[in-house]
Design a protein around this ligand. Sequence first.
Ligand code: UT7
Length: 334
Amino acid sequence: MEKVYAAFRSIGAYVPQKILTNADFEKMVDTSDEWIVKRTGIKKRHIAADDESTSDMAAKAAKIAIERAGLSVEDIDLVVMATVTPDYFNMPSTACLVSDKLGIKNVQAFDLSAACSGFVYALTVAKAFIESGMKKNVLVIGAEKFSSIVDYTDRTTSILFGDGAGAAVISATTNRDEAFVDIHASADGSYWDFLITPSPGSVNPASHTAIDEGLQFVKMKGNETFKLAVKTLTKDVKEILKNNNIEAGEIPHFVPHQANYRIIKAVGDSLGMREDQVVLTVHKYGNTSAASIPMAINDIYEEGRLQSGELMLLDTFGGGLTWASALIPFAPNK
Ligand code: UT7
């Protein structure tokens, strides 16, 4: 039997309308545009409407990705949804809600929790299902309504995060040139408390006390996470390039997780990347967690910068702690 590979066929994204600028934050907490830009590179972020859920945004991004793949919803045989801001804690899965909104029926659908690394983690799942022959067209989504777990009185976290969704269709191919070159994901659970929403969950079930203590909001050991992110990501991307005998200079599109411009710059510089190789969206979307990488890929696609066959180097780091990187050619249906 001919060997089957996974191919990255299409991308789509959705960005909510409402914008929170740094000037808005100056009115909400003790901060300044200067501090935020200097320490993070963020100038604004998009925020979902009150009646707009993670699955609403995800379904919009996914619809575009399916259309751009030249497929219909009947062709999708697996939905993998990366999010840490699901519509409901903890059931039904947001993947089931997205499937329902799109009219995808009787198809395996589940959520995957790997925080900011979720989209690349979900790509590893898509690859495994396709290469094993179990599935042919996998819808992979990264979507977050991070504003639903942000404490807008906490200046250390609130200025960082935004909402949005991105989706891709990963399909089976027998053409080796279209295949994922490499992908890997990893984790170190000993840093579990670096990024955490303490409640609701089995440790701190929903309670008045939990709410009074603000345990439903995201907490982050920012500076410690920053240092580990730079160290881990630099090592990770160097390894994946070396293992595949690819020079950093050959990569047309380095698409890192968009958490902080300083992290991206440090990793890019350590690889000797030119500015035109590095995809940057953190200034306009902030950190959208699992949505950040597919939203960034969608940006270069819509700007006409992502051409068939061009290699993307994906690289991400997030709560867990988790991290992942991938070398994937863009392989649209011709
Ligand atoms: O997406 C998942 C992975 N996430 C990340 O990788 C995020 C990693 N962390 C970061 O991006 C950065 O650590 C932050 C942007 C969160 C913070 O930057 P930092 O350079 O690490 O600052 P810091 O936490 O060391 O804080 C420096 C100072 C503190 O004041 P003192 O103690 O020196 O007086 C903070 O209270 O900056 C203060 N500060 C602020 N000041 C104005 C913290 N947040 C703000 C703010 N405005 N919004």
